[in-house]
Ligand binder design. Structure first.
Ligand SMILES: [Fe+2]
Length: 313
């Protein structure tokens, strides 16, 4: 399926199904959802050996999170914790994880929930990788973070969170955004089972983005734009059509390194800017290095506040 066709079906699905399901969700019995705060950090991209002061940048961001008042209950991480691990040997990628985890634990004691990003793939881009090594591909991320499954859900103070993995490694060693059949089955059942709880959904590659249609990018094509399959999830339409009875209050993603909000059928889709901005070389276009402070309320509303933390590349 072409990305453009996928996008059309997705939008049609959103406009039709989300609106109806949203109303179903609102009609669900009142829950014990409480207000609280969490931080959303995505695209940290710790560079090899801590280049371009990326260790200091991540530390500064985490210290800004720790300094929030009120303090967040946890950090949700949107993926791309390390950088280009697909082009490293497993040994080099492991060293990168050592440095990442040391930096992380030296600067925050908050609980964290993790999403898998394309840069977290291990050794998939190099010749003669030991594909049977349990750390190859998505294994090292799972091993180092102690995660048994890359799609999962959890509850916090009456809210429900679903973390999805939409990184599909292709035979030519590139990747596309794709939701896998087993996680779609999981998601379908999970959303229905938790329909009484306000829910947030998180992926690395956005389910939806208008970025390809931005003036700067579309100017050259006269808006005859094709969305690359590695920029936006290619089968989010499948997910949307399988959403009956959902209670999703916001969808969060990273990957683009641009802050963007699209509200569709009453559901806000937040694509966050990156902790690393433009890979620690400065802001990404007009989007500075930053993270989001997310405040959820007892009425099921979500306030997503993308802010800088003062980093100067
Ligand atoms: Fe990224």
């Amino acid at each position: 399926m072409s990305p453009s066709l996928s996008r059309r079906r997705f939008v049609q699905g959103l406009l039709g199904t989300l609106t109806a399901s949203r109303l179903d969700g609102l009609a669900a019995p009142a829950t014990a959802a409480e207000p609280f705060r969490f931080a959303f950090l995505t695209d940290l991209h710790l560079l090899k050996g801590g280049a371009l002061r990326s260790v200091q940048g991540i530390a500064m961001c985490l210290q800004a999170v720790e300094g929030l008042n009120p303090r967040p209950d946890f950090i949700l991480v949107g993926g791309d914790l390390v950088n280009d691990a697909r082009d490293m040997t497993i040994a080099d990628a492991s060293q990168g994880w050592d440095l990442f985890l040391k930096t992380w634990h030296n600067n925050t004691s908050l609980p964290a929930y993790w999403t898998f990003g394309n840069h977290d793939l291990c050794a998939t881009g190099i010749a003669d990788s030991p594909k049977l090594d349990p750390r190859y591909g998505k294994g090292l991320f799972k091993q180092r973070l102690g995660i048994s499954n890359l799609f999962y859900s959890f509850d916090h103070r009456g809210w429900h969170f679903v973390i999805m993995d939409d990184i599909d490694l292709l035979p030519d060693k590139t990747y596309e955004g794709l939701l896998f059949d087993d996680e779609l089955a999981f998601l379908r059942a999970d959303l229905q089972a938790n329909a009484a709880k306000p829910t947030l959904l998180c992926t690395h590659i956005p389910l939806y983005s208008m970025l390809p249609f931005s003036i700067a990018l579309a100017k050259a094509t006269g808006f005859h734009v094709k969305t690359p399959k590695n920029l936006v999830c290619t089968n989010a339409n499948t997910l949307i059509h399988d959403f009956p009875g959902h209670n999703i209050r916001a969808v969060l993603a990273g990957h683009l390194h641009h802050y963007e909000l699209n509200t569709i059928g009453g559901v806000p889709f937040y694509n966050s800017g990156a902790v690393c901005g433009n890979y620690w070389k400065g802001p990404m276009g007009d989007c500075p290095e930053g993270f989001a402070v997310v405040d959820v309320a007892a009425d099921g509303s979500v306030k997503f506040d993308y802010r800088t933390y003062g980093w100067k590349a």
